[in-house]
Each structure stands twice: as structure tokens, then as C-alpha cells.
Ligand binder design. Structure first.
Ligand SMILES: Cc1ncc(COP(=O)(O)O)c(C=O)c1O
Length: 374
């Protein structure tokens, strides 16, 4: 490797052309008193659940000489039960698939339905990993439009789908980083446009569904074999460290992703931990109500402080406007509060934390607004 600092060590690696010059996903993991930058749930798992996890993991540990259940049947049965109980449609395990975080679910979908010579579209600003995983799977990325208020312009979206004929369409609801949710009518219009154009796979990313004022879009999968719903236990279940995401779709989609999933991709420890968490669903979802209340308080108080705030259906809030969003991000950090600069001009995103964390954040914004008007 070269010692010349102006030459990247990558320059001498036979790295794929489309990855050259790209940056890895990287929300900063900084050690500051108040971390509200990655849309995690601020509440640690309750102690009875921690004990139950220890029990179930101990059971699994006694068989770690064996590969795990490759099809994760017990876990998929419990995820299906959870969706059937909370998301408005009875689904069975044959309609559910699980992986290491919904990012892996999305990767498996793109490996199966995208790839070289194919394209995917998302309506930006949206979750940056849709574009990044598209790139890493060799899928071309199309950046679709949003209105100035960050809602999806259905007419414009259908038009770009008709013109560009993508193989995969991402609809993120509630959308990250804006917090904007869509109704069933929007998904149906985009699904129809995508079927007329190709037909293509439509993926509704519902990572934040449990925080929304709107019902889940799950019922729409019925009778629509190319509509997939993606979910995660990282947010509402407060288990980002677990790495467990899942999808619900027609059983044929679940069968299709078997072609690309690595054998035994979901460890026995992960399956055991997720099953323990699902036993405590009601307690965990109790925190969701507290977070929604805090999210609504953040919206109100940020507006009272003079910020321009996007309505939110998620566990985070997009706010601005700042002439220099990155400088505003730095000022908040200087006050001990880490939020996210997603690169949306003039805006930042804050995750709803505990009431104490949110108070610290609002105090920091108060200081920021004073400096801004000084
Ligand atoms: C919209 C959206 N989808 C998916 C994910 C990925 O979540 P995980 O891989 O933790 O399930 C995130 C994480 O922030 C997200 O914001």
C-alpha cells in the first residue's frame, strides 16, 4: 500500500467501481450525555424480560453445537401472531420471514428482486439505506420526488414509475427522516402504477409503524402478491441491539428470498432472544404510548420556540430551518445533545427520548435559537 496520504488505500484495491468514492453508513456514535440521533427507544428492557432472555438463551446455549432452525419457524409463528393481533390482518408464518434487522430483510429483497441491470426507486429524502443497499446489490437507484412539505406527490410519483419502470419501489411510512406517513390510497396508487409499468415489487418499510397515528398498511398485502411490508423490533420493541427485522407478504415472496438468504442466517441466540421479547410484547408496547406523548410534546415545544417542524408519525421529529444545519447540529452537540444531520437542507432530526433527555434537548434548542436571533 502507498504511503502517500493523498492516495486513498482503496485506490490500490480492486474494489467494485460503483462502490468507489462512497461512504459507509455512519451515524456518529459519540459519547455525549444525551444521544437522540439514531431513533432508538430510550427505555432499557424491563428486568423480568432480561431474566427471561437469560433463561431462553441458556436453553439455546445447550444446543449451540447444532445449527439453528434454518427456517426460524417458532419465531415466524410468534411474529405472525403479533402482526395478526396488532396490524389489522390475520397472517400465518408462511407469510412472514425474519432476518438480522430489517436492513437484512431489505438486502435479501434487493438480492432477489433487484441486482445488476435492474433499478429501485425511493422518494427522497428517505431512509438512506434503501439507496445504499441498492448500490451494494448492484441495483441502480432512482431518486423519486417529494413535495416541499415532504409528503409524496402521488401524481408525480406515478409518473416517474411509469417512465422509469423500476423493479423495486420503496415506500417508507412513517418516513425517515421526515416522520411523514402515507395512507392506503397512496400505496394503492403507487402499487397500481408499478404493476402497470413492469410489474414490480413494492416494499412498504414500516419500521416505525407502531408510533403512527395511522393504521398499519399490512391489510393491503391481501390479494397483492407483489406488495411486501417490512418491520423491525429495533424501534417499538426497544431491541435495536437484538438485530431482528421481518417482512410480511404473499408466501411466494417468502419462498423466493430463500434463494439468497445465507444458510442459518439467524442465530439460535437471536431467535431465543426475539422469542423472549415477543412474550413481553404488551409491556414493551406500553413504552410506545409514552414515546408518542413525548414526540407530540417535542413537536409542540419546538414550534413554540419558533422552529419549523414537520408533522411526525414516528418516534422522531424533523425540525429547522437553519441556514447552516450542520453548524446548528454542532451547537447542540456543544450543549451535550447529539441529534442527526441527515443532509436535508436546513433541517435536523431528533429522536424522542425520555422526558429528562427531551428537556435537555429543548434547553439546548432554546440556547441555539437565542444565538440564532442574536
Ligand atoms: C425506515 C427504516 N427502515 C429500516 C431501518 C433498519 O432497522 P433495523 O435494521 O434496525 O431493523 C431503519 C433504521 O433506522 C429505518 O429508519
Amino acid at each position: 500500500m502507498t504511503g502517500n496520504p493523498s492516495v486513498s488505500p482503496w485506490d490500490e484495491l480492486p474494489i467494485r467501481d460503483e462502490l468507489r468514492g462512497k461512504s459507509p453508513y455512519g451515524a456518529p456514535q459519540l459519547d455525549v450525555p444525551v444521544r437522540l440521533n439514531t431513533n432508538e427507544n430510550p427505555y432499557p428492557l424491563p428486568e423480568p424480560l432480561v431474566e427471561r432472555i437469560a433463561e431462553r438463551v441458556a436453553e439455546a446455549a445447550r444446543q449451540l453445537n447444532r445449527y439453528p432452525d434454518r427456517d426460524a419457524v417458532e419465531l415466524r409463528t410468534e411474529l405472525a401472531r403479533y402482526l395478526s393481533r396488532t396490524a389489522g390482518l390475520a397472517v400465518g408464518p408462511e407469510q412472514v420471514w425474519a432476518a438480522n434487522g430489517s436492513n437484512e430483510v431489505l438486502q435479501q429483497l434487493l438480492q432477489t428482486f433487484g441486482g445488476p441491470g435492474r433499478t429501485a426507486i425511493g422518494f427522497e429524502p428517505s431512509y438512506s439505506m434503501h439507496a445504499l443497499i441498492s448500490c451494494s446489490t448492484g441495483t441502480g437507484w432512482i431518486s423519486g420526488p417529494r413535495n416541499d412539505d415532504f409528503t409524496i406527490d402521488v401524481g408525480a410519483a406515478c409518473q416517474v414509475i411509469a417512465e422509469r419502470k423500476p423493479d423495486v419501489v420503496f415506500i417508507t411510512s412513517p418516513n425517515n427522516p421526515t416522520g411523514t406517513a402515507v395512507g392506503a390510497e397512496t400505496v394503492l396508487a403507487l402499487y397500481e402504477a408499478a404493476q402497470a409499468a413492469k410489474p414490480s415489487l413494492v416494499v412498504v418499510d414500516e419500521a416505525y409503524a407502531e408510533f403512527s397515528h395511522r393504521p398499519s398498511l399490512l391489510p393491503l398485502i391481501e390479494g397483492r402478491p407483489r406488495l411486501v411490508l417490512s418491520r423491525t423490533m429495533s424501534k417499538a420493541f426497544g431491541a435495536a441491539g437484538l438485530r431482528l427485522g421481518y417482512l410480511a407478504a404473499h408466501p411466494a415472496v417468502v419462498d423466493a428470498v430463500q434463494l439468497v438468504r445465507l444458510p442459518y442466517h439467524l442465530s439460535a441466540v437471536t431467535q431465543a432472544t426475539a422469542l423472549a421479547a415477543l412474550e413481553h410484547t404488551d409491556t414493551l408496547l406500553g413504552y410506545v404510548d409514552a414515546l408518542k406523548t413525548e414526540r407530540d410534546r417535542l413537536v409542540r415545544e419546538l414550534r413554540a420556540l419558533g422552529c419549523d417542524v414537520t408533522d411526525s408519525d414516528a418516534n422522531f421529529v424533523q425540525f429547522g430551518r437553519f441556514e447552516d444545519a450542520h453548524a446548528a447540529w454542532q451547537t447542540l452537540l456543544d450543549h451535550g445533545v447529539l441529534v442527526r444531520d441527515n443532509g436535508v437542507p436546513g433541517r435536523l432530526r431528533v429522536t424522542a427520548g425520555t422526558p429528562t433527555e427531551n428537556d435537555a434537548f429543548l434547553d439546548a434548542v432554546r440556547e441555539l435559537m437565542k444565538e440564532k436571533s442574536a
